[in-house]
Design a protein around this ligand. Structure first.
Ligand SMILES: Cc1cc2nc3c(=O)[nH]c(=O)nc-3n(C[C@H](O)[C@H](O)[C@H](O)COP(=O)(O)OP(=O)(O)OC[C@H]3O[C@@H](n4cnc5c(N)ncnc54)[C@H](O)[C@@H]3O)c2cc1C
Length: 421
């Protein structure tokens, strides 16, 4: 999304662009897979109404009608039971829900002063505005401010589902970011799957080269030279829109604060297990948040047939289990059906036994689902960030501000920086 956004904005500013994509399709972590009548989103799950720039991009590329607004019901697993929160009636359903004790619910109000203070500073354009909160990890912030019960049954599952890591490896800043993302009380889905978002932007771009891996990028005699599958391509400028570890491989000359920042970013792996079911489980939830103390191997569950209409054939179910990288490693030698059965076993206590319902399986391995956000990541970003967009080789990605909106904004900013050059 960062690369596509950069190309779209450069094209609009009158430049000729070429997009090199190593895979056989565009989209990276915003893709969909169609199989046996199911439409699966192995990567990005949803847009938020707070994603103003992504929604604007969708509109500008002529696909505004692809938006589907849904008011999701969320579930949180506690003591082997699913407890529900209807986002459209957040206060009443929050008061009724049983996943937090009354004492814990009252403690939730302690977050209000922090929210009032930092809400307007939580800007997808520049998360570094929240750097004053970036002095402790999520775990310590949540336990200190809200207590252990809220940490274990609210903050931890929300971080696991959204950051694909733990509260230990997320910054306190991420709590505020996530509250902003969910604040719209609705999800924005894309007809035909999240991948239709990236495919639609790509369809408006002039030159997209698929199965084209960039191996190296360097400045030679005032030209930006890309080595792509053994062939050199000369350009006036480039946007590198790939995760930091990969960017370091193709731009080993990177230096200064940017190098220091990229060097410290550690990617997190994950496995998405999609399971097509003969019938729909009896649950209204779109997302099931799973506290680590309930099931440590599963980061979260998406009931895709509830998330958006049209994702599963009539009457059938489709669920996605997002599994930890550690768990995925233990499954490497097994066939897909066995992996799906094992994944379903990890959630059996609160989802019931769904194994005999399985009629389709799809596994998608992410070497880099997201990255850890160590304490200080946003603080050091303030210093390093100007270097990302300095010169004729710039760097874009959701590492600057999280999620699709972060990627889209960052791509646009790279395009603007190059246009000024
Ligand atoms: C399971 C999952 C769930 C998510 N849920 C959400 C969500 O609900 N909401 C949300 O906002 N975000 C979500 N995200 C995050 C979102 O998908 C990303 O923030 C966004 O897609 C990042 O875009 P990007 O352009 O920065 O990186 P990427 O999507 O990783 O794109 C990088 C692209 O570069 C290509 N590439 C890499 N190396 C090379 C090379 N050497 N040469 C050529 N091409 C190369 C890759 O193939 C890829 O297409 C989720 C991600 C995952 C994986």
């Amino acid at each position: 999304m960062a690369g596509l956004s950069a190309a779209w904005h450069l094209q609009n500013a009158g430049f000729t662009t070429t997009v090199f994509e190593k895979n056989s399709e565009v989209g990276g972590r915003t893709i969909s897979i169609k199989k046996d009548g199911y439409i699966m989103d192995p990567g990005a799950i949803t847009l938020s109404p707070a994603y103003k720039e992504t929604l604007q991009l969708l509109h500008e590329t002529g696909a505004g009608a692809m938006r589907v607004h849904t008011q999701p019901v969320l579930a949180i697993a506690r003591d082997e039971i699913l407890h529900y929160i209807d986002l459209s009636k957040i206060v009443s359903s929050g008061l009724k829900t049983g996943f937090l004790s009354l004492g814990a619910k009252l403690k939730l109000f302690r977050i209000v002063p922090t929210l009032l203070r930092y809400w307007s500073k939580c800007d997808f354009e520049d998360m570094a505005q929240l750097e004053v909160l970036d002095i402790e990890n999520c775990e310590s912030f949540a336990i200190r401010k809200l207590g252990k019960e809220i940490h274990d049954y609210l903050v931890d599952p929300v971080i696991r589902m959204n950051m694909f890591s733990s509260t230990k490896t997320s910054s306190a800043v991420d709590i505020i970011w996530l509250m902003k993302m969910f604040s719209g009380a609705e999800f924005v889905q894309i007809k035909g799957g999240m991948g239709a978002l990236s495919e639609n932007i790509a369809a408006q771009l002039g030159d997209i080269r698929l199965n084209a891996r960039v191996e190296k990028i360097e400045m030679i005699h005032n030209q930006v030279v890309l080595q792509v599958d053994g062939e050199a391509h000369n350009f006036d400028a480039a946007v590198i829109a790939i995760p930091p570890e990969l960017a370091l491989n193709i731009a080993p000359w990177m230096s200064g604060r940017q190098r220091k920042w990229f060097d410290k970013i550690k990617g997190v792996p994950s496995l998405t297990v999609h399971v097509g079911l003969k019938s729909r489980p009896d649950s209204p939830a779109s997302l099931v948040m799973v506290p680590g103390i309930e099931a440590k191997d599963v980061l979260g569950i998406v009931l895709e047939h509830n998330k958006c209409p049209g994702r599963a054939p009539e009457g059938k179910g489709l669920i996605a289990l997002h599994m930890t990288g550690e768990w995925a490693e233990t499954q490497q030698d097994l066939d897909d059906l066995q992996v799906a059965h094992n994944a379903l076993d990890t959630v059996k206590p609160f989802m019931g036994d769904l194994k005999d319902q399985v009629e389709m399986v799809n596994l998608h391995n992410w070497e880099y689902v997201d990255h850890e956000r160590y304490v200080g990541v946003y603080k050091s970003l303030t210093k390093a960030r100007p270097e990302f967009m300095d010169g004729r080789v710039t760097f874009a990605g959701e590492f600057i501000s999280a999620g699709i909106e972060g990627a889209v904004i960052c791509g646009r900013r790279c395009a603007e920086a190059l246009t000024r050059e």
